[in-house]
Design a protein around this ligand. Sequence first.
Ligand code: SAH
Ligand code: MG
Length: 214
Amino acid sequence: MIVDERMSAFIDSLDKGNTLFLNEIEKYAIETQVPIIRKSMQSLLKFLLAYAKPKNILEVGTAIGFSALLMSEYAPADCHITTIEKYEKRIPIARENFKRAGKEDSITLLEGDATEILQQLEGSYDMIFMDAAKGQYIHFLSDILRLLSPGGLLISDNVLQDGDIIESRFAVTRRNRTIHARMREYLYELKHHPQLETVILPVGDGVTLSTKLM
Ligand code: SAH
Ligand code: MG
């Protein structure tokens, strides 16, 4: 945990909470160890949705649909969400959740590896939520930049690797070293890319907000 536990418990305690349906999916995700966005990220997303009022959202990493449903709940009514997931076990659960929420028309689930899907995807998205395998963000970046509209917002989750990001690569377990290197490269790119203005926030597991310059 990168944020003091008591501090995040205090902040979370002020939250109004979500709909019963979202609470149910969140509970199921926690019980079955599906890694969904935490309270602090939920709160940040709700704020950004209210502020930016996106009409076309792209999400990389659906899992069982919790964040897509949360975004759909708090985005403008005519907002469309496209979300990508490759894990066969999670796809039918996500579909079922979208159906139960009556969101089949406003959420499109693309099945497969984002590495390929992003390359083929066209169109323009005013908000992109990156929440897939951390080690792949850097490889997705050029397609993400192509798909993000000018003035659009890119939100990337879990960028501080549970705090490991500040450690030397030798202090990180071998298993996490590749992710460590790639995530540092991703953060550097986001901060130095001429088309982006980025802020790195120690919220939840670390979040970046990047806007594509006009
Ligand atoms: N956004 C979800 C949680 C996503 S967890 C929520 O908060 O509710 C990350 C998901 O990304 C996992 O289900 C994993 O299977 C998926 N994923 C990881 N790499 C991927 C890739 N290359 N293509 C598609 N999905 C990917
Ligand atoms: Mg995440």
